[in-house]
Design a protein. Structure first.
Lengths: 376, 253
């Protein structure tokens, strides 16, 4: 559309109403010829009420055609108003306003009659108002659709930017995890291997069974370190025995480090858990792992419970502790750890919620994953 | 003569394993495979007495292969030879072992002597073998005169606590048959075949093996009365962890 009225939405809307009003009034104006007699009759009938006010009314001083421009202007104005009203209002208010418009139009017609000797056109105006109300309705529907579309577009844009942001954040985190891994490899494994090399050189010069034993121990240690690192990267339990077993293992491991009691409960049929994709498995595992790590770091818990439940087509993973608990205020959207968890969860359409633990103690982290119903 | 199927993808480790196997079992017929799928096929065609298998292998992991084999023959003897040293791993593995099977779990990182012992235990003595490093649950039971090995003393503790075969199997990550075999070897050591002797002479079962074992436990002083509380609280925490079952009165400590 040409930017006739500037390109902001408001003037575009006005232009649209004006264009519609113009076409409606032109159509009615075109039909004026056929309506002329009826118009005159009706106008006079209506004028009866005002006859005492304006005694000179009985006369028609000028024909319709002579005041065409004036009449067209009136038609246009009334149509514009009617369209605007129909767009804005519905039901009874709309009807009242339209009737009011008609009454205002009558006053105008009286004025025109008085000042310009132009005969009125009430029927045409009624026709205009009726057509305009339909047009207004149509326009309203159109603009609603338009608005909905816009809203959807905005939402889409927003989600896109969120996704972009989460991707960036995750890439950053992946990067830092990789650094951690490199540091692990360097500090543990490489240093052990260096030590082994030195010891082996010494052993080659002067073999002793004691030295052999030490070298053996060192080799064993670095093997177990590598396995530890590998397990961090790609948990063997998850691969071999599935999510529930891997989560339980994590729980046990955490309890060994931080010495709390643990309880694990899985109430979900294994088929349902197996229906989860590999990515879902990985991410849920990481989320639970993160929750447990947080407990080890901050909670000072005595008992940690993990449960897996099914609720309709959701699988819910709950990690509860009876530790210090978290101040809900500190759980703002911006908290980094929770942000990463939320972002990871969003990748598979899961939701993470933090709440107070059972018995008003500690914290419960709830991870809710929607799974496709069976068969898919 | 024993026929043993060896499944290991790393050639050097496979050669080493075979060397140890030959030293342990003098009269050996050997079948080799280098991944789980091949192992499964050879198991079906060769029907060996025992299978020694790695877990992480290409094509098909040892666990998948074992699951398949056990579903076809629940008495198959499988000794896993793995580098995974976590208790949870052995626990999950224990869940897929059928009640009738005898299986073992030996660690690659441990000594050759231990591997030999594992092979002997499973193949010759028909007993389950789980490397003590991965068994996890540590029992405070007093082992006298080096008479009992670690796995036997663990079973003995469970017997004292009055656990059923199924519960012991779950706790020790072995099969029910593995438990029963261990109990009978325990009885051989402690009761010295008294019940079998009595049964052969009298033609009916006279003694209850488990009760005779208990009798010997107290007569020979395997366990002090004070130790029992420790054993029981250990069991309570195991029950709560594994089965979510809180023992009455166990919370107050």
């Amino acid at each position: 559309m040409a930017p006739l009225f500037g390109d902001d939405a408001r003037s575009r809307k006005m232009a649209l109403i004006a264009a519609t009003a113009l076409s409606v009034s032109l159509i009615v104006f075109g039909a004026q010829k056929f309506l002329q007699d009826l118009n005159a009759l009706l106008f006079r009938e209506l004028l009866q009420g005002f006859s005492e006010l304006l005694p000179s009314l009985a006369l028609t001083k000028k024909s319709f055609a002579e005041n065409a421009a004036l009449n067209l202007l009136l038609l246009f104005l009334i149509t514009y108003a009617a369209i605007w009203i129909s767009k804005r209002f519905t039901g009874a208010p709309r009807l009242v306003l339209l009737i009011q418009t008609f009454i205002v139009s009558l006053l105008f017609q009286l004025g025109f009659y008085h000042f310009f000797q132009s005969e009125g056109q009430p029927l045409s105006i009624i026709l205009c108002i009726v057509l305009a109300s339909f047009a207004g309705k149509l326009l309203k529907k159109r603009s609603e659709e338009h608005r909905e579309l816009e809203a959807r577009q905005i939402e889409l844009k927003l989600r896109n930017s969120e996704l972009q942001e989460s991707r960036l954040a995750l890439v950053k985190q992946d990067e830092s995890e990789r650094r951690l891994l490199a540091a692990d490899l360097h500090d543990q494994v490489l240093n052990d291997l260096r030590t082994i090399q030195k010891r082996f050189e010494a052993f080659a010069r002067a073999p002793s069974s004691e030295e052999e034993k030490t070298i053996n121990e060192l080799l064993k240690q670095s093997m177990s370190d590598i396995r530890e690192i590998m397990d961090e990267l790609c948990p063997a339990m998850l691969e071999e025995f599935g999510l529930a077993a891997a989560i339980e293992e994590r729980l046990d491991k955490g309890s060994q480090i931080a010495s709390y009691e643990v309880r694990f409960q899985n109430n979900v049929a294994s088929e349902l858990l197996e229906s989860m994709s590999a990515v879902e498995n990985q991410l849920i595992y990481r989320l639970v792992q993160e929750s447990l790590t947080n407990i080890n770091k901050h909670a000072q818990a005595k008992m940690v419970r993990v449960s897996i439940e099914a609720e309709e087509s959701d699988i819910i993973f709950r990690v509860s502790d009876d530790g210090k608990g978290i101040d809900p205020g500190s759980l703002s959207e911006s908290s980094r750890g929770t942000l990463y968890m939320r972002l990871r969860a969003a990748l598979i359409g899961a939701k993470v919620t933090w709440m107070q633990g059972p018995d008003q103690k500690g914290t419960t982290v709830e991870i809710r994953l929607h799974v496709q119903s069976s068969g898919s | 003569m024993y026929k043993v199927l060896v499944v290991e993808d790393v050639a050097a480790l496979r050669q080493h394993l075979i060397k140890i196997l030959r030293e342990t079992v003098p009269d050996l017929q050997l079948v080799e495979a280098c991944n789980g799928l091949e192992g499964l096929k050879l198991y079906r065609s060769e029907k060996p007495d025992m299978m020694i298998m790695d877990i992480l292998m290409p094509e098909m992991t040892g666990i998948k292969a074992a699951q398949q084999i056990w579903s076809e023959n629940s008495r198959a003897k499988i000794l896993f030879w793995s580098q995974f040293h976590k208790e949870s791993y052995v626990r999950e593995l224990g869940k897929i072992v059928p009640d009738e099977a005898i299986h073992g779990y030996a660690l690659k990182t441990e000594s050759d002597e231990k591997l030999m012992h594992a092979i002997n235990t499973v193949l010759v003595h028909d007993n389950s073998y789980i490397d003590p490093i991965v068994r996890g649950v540590q029992h405070a039971i007093n082992i006298r005169h080096g008479m009992l090995n670690e796995s036997e003393s663990a079973i003995l503790a469970d017997l004292i606590l009055g656990l059923t075969d199924k519960a012991i199997a779950m706790r020790q990550h072995i099969s029910v048959r593995g438990v029963q075999n261990r109990i009978s070897s325990l009885s051989d050591k402690l009761v010295k075949g008294l019940d079998i002797h009595a049964k052969e002479t009298a033609g009916l079962e006279i003694f209850n093996t488990r009760m005779r074992i208990m009798l010997e436990v107290f007569r020979q002083g395997f366990i002090e009365p004070e130790e029992i509380d420790g054993l029981e609280s250990e069991m309570a925490s195991w029950l709560a962890r594994r089965l979510n079952f809180e023992m009455p009165g166990s919370e107050k400590k």
